[in-house]
Design a protein around this ligand. Structure first.
Ligand code: HAM
Length: 417
């Protein structure tokens, strides 16, 4: 027996109300803020991620699904959504439009991680990106949008963690101080952090290992080493958030796991849960588009994981609207009734009435059981007698009430709710 690959799963029909609910809220949020949809391919040139997310990050070093196609091109399954959006922005000359260009996406991302609750090898992200503007008002707007999204879903207790990690001018100085600080702990940190000391010192700050977290507490803070412009930007973002009444917590150890960030970084945490279950994260990435060969183009964005959102909706027993049920179930007894039933079902569907036709020549009892579990409002029952008399039994599935109506009147009698 084949199974879905480890870390992936099927989204069964009963799960779809959650997915539809979240996707619809995402799309209506984006309409509200003027973001337009963009779909990018499931795979990209592997270099797109290596150059932006960065060597030395877990995503690039350990988690990317990289493969060669038949002509030897090195491709990678989409590991995240931001770099592909920037690639599309450059490829289609979107920098010629009025800036900022605001785009959103919903789709799968692939990371070879150790599967556990809320962590999968294929997961789905909803993300939005504002490209071509450095104004901190956009950082605040993106954070506000993330908050409004979770609020509109009915998820309560989410919190925003905020930090600034500076720019390419001030960060090197900070990293020097940080590396010096860690030199005396080189033998006390975990093996991953030992590697980070040379490869990606900033990530020392957010190691999940308990003893590394203790060491990180006394580490110098990125926000104490910001250049004047980055300081002003960070202060403005905070002022704007206060003006918008968006509560946030400054977290000096928040650095994010992707290398392209500059200045603002933020994460959204669900109620009462640790870092593992982060609902979403984002920030500024003012150098990314330049790294891909474009002109200097500041940008800011956010992405959230749909699986984690749904996990939290379930945890909080949220009320999710059910998907529409079929209105009619057509049951029959005997070969002639079967043909008539098929014709009725076809007519009803032509009249936009959602209809299920029984199949497989089950007993009437079996068919009515199926009608019940389909959630249909009505059942139509046809036997030889009804065919001869050109009528049909109409059963109200909730009350159990039955009456006989002329076959010709069926579509008219069953009005959609
Ligand atoms: P990220 O933090 O790597 O950021 O991923 C965004 C969200 O995707 C996470 O907060 C989490 O909810 C979800 N996620 C990530 N990995 C997994 C996984 N293995 N299983 C389940 N859910 C997962 C980014 O990808 C950036 N592109 C976000 C961004 C957009 N920054 C600026 N714009």
């Amino acid at each position: 027996m084949y199974k879905a690959p480890r870390g992936t799963f099927d989204i069964l029909p009963q799960e779809h109300p959650y997915w539809k609910y979240v996707e619809e809220r995402a799309a209506s949020l984006c309409r509200l803020y003027g973001y337009q949809p963009l779909n990018t391919p499931i795979f990209e040139d592997a270099q797109l991620f290596t150059r932006t997310v960065g060597k030395g990050t877990d995503i690039v070093d350990k988690e990317m699904y990289v493969f060669q196609d038949k002509s030897g091109h090195e491709l990678a399954l989409r590991a995240e959504g931001t770099a592909p959006v920037c690639r599309a922005y450059l490829e289609h000359g979107l920098f010629n439009l009025a800036q900022p260009v605001k785009l959103y996406y919903i789709g799968p991302a692939f990371r070879y991680e150790r599967p556990q609750a809320g962590r999968y090898r294929q997961h789905h992200q909803f993300g939005f990106e504002a490209l071509g503007e450095a104004d901190p008002v956009l950082d605040a707007e993106v954070i506000e949008m993330a908050c409004r999204f979770f609020l509109s879903l009915g998820l309560y207790g989410v919190s925003i963690q905020l930090n600034s990690i500076g720019c390419r001018l001030c960060r090197p100085g900070y990293l020097e101080v940080l590396t010096r600080h860690y030199a005396s702990y080189a033998n006390s940190v975990c093996p991953d952090c030992k590697a980070r000391l040379t490869k990606n010192p900033q990530r020392l700050l957010d190691c999940k290992n308990a003893s590394c977290q203790e060491i990180a507490k006394s580490a110098p803070k990125p926000s104490d080493y910001l250049c004047h412009d980055c300081q002003l930007h960070f202060l403005s973002v905070q002022e704007f958030l206060v003006a918008l009444s968006i509560p946030f917590q400054l977290n000096h150890r928040l650095v994010r796991g992707l290398d392209y960030y500059t200045r603002t970084v933020f994460e959204v945490e669900p109620e009462g849960k640790g870092g593992q279950s982060t609902l979403g994260g984002g920030g500024r990435y003012d150098d990314l588009i330049e790294t891909l060969g474009g002109n200097p183009t500041p940008a800011v964005g956010f992405a959230a994981g749909l699986e984690r959102i749904i996990l939290n909706l379930k945890r909080q027993n949220s009320d999710i609207p059910a998907l529409p049920r079929p209105l009619v179930f057509v049951a029959y007894l005997g070969p002639e009734a079967k043909v008539e039933a098929m014709k009725i079902a076809s007519q009803l569907r032509k009249a936009e009435i959602a209809t299920i036709l029984a199949a497989g020549d089950k007993s009437l009892k079996g068919q009515m059981k199926q009608a019940g579990s389909s959630g249909s409002t009505y059942a139509l029952i046809l036997g030889q007698e009804e065919v001869t008399n050109r009528n049909v039994v109409l059963r109200d599935m909730r009350s159990g009430e039955q009456r006989i109506i002329p076959l010709a009147d069926v579509a008219m009698m069953i009005k959609p709710r």
